[in-house]
Design a protein around this ligand. Structure first.
Ligand code: AMP
Length: 113
């Protein structure tokens, strides 16, 4: 599903520029515009859903396949020595874009959290 009000849907469609490092039929990975680490990528399902609880069975399967691909994508983009995955969920977590996405952070020794 495409939501024209969603910035990530528009990035996926190519309506808003981004630096894409990986794309297939169900996911897109691009560089975060305000990186919080030496490597900061966003892995985004092409199907629009805001939160994990909205993913449903098919969304959960997409996320599982994304998680399977992420190690290769991370390693190929500068995360040779580990990386951190973050999924912000809702306001308390500071989620700002309500299209589910997985932050991939690495390329340096990350601080504890
Ligand atoms: P979150 O706060 O978890 O919702 O993460 C949203 C992320 O999207 C933030 O890290 C932003 O820097 C990033 N972001 C927002 N707009 C863009 C954009 N046009 N291109 C790439 N990353 C973006």
């Amino acid at each position: 599903m495409y939501d024209e009000r969603c910035i990530f849907c528009r990035i996926i469609k190519g309506e808003i520029p981004s630096v894409k490092v990986y794309e297939d039929d169900e996911m897109c990975v691009f560089k975060d515009v305000e990186p919080k680490a030496a490597v900061h990528l966003l892995a985004v399902p092409k199907t629009h859903f805001k939160l994990l609880e909205e993913a449903g069975e098919s969304g959960a399967e997409i996320i599982a396949r994304m998680l399977k691909k992420i190690p290769i994508i991370a390693a190929g983009n500068g995360c040779k020595n580990g990386y951190r995955l973050v999924i912000n969920q809702g306001d308390d977590a500071g989620q700002t874009v309500f299209h589910l996405h997985i932050h991939i952070l690495g390329g340096e020794k990350l601080s504890d959290f």
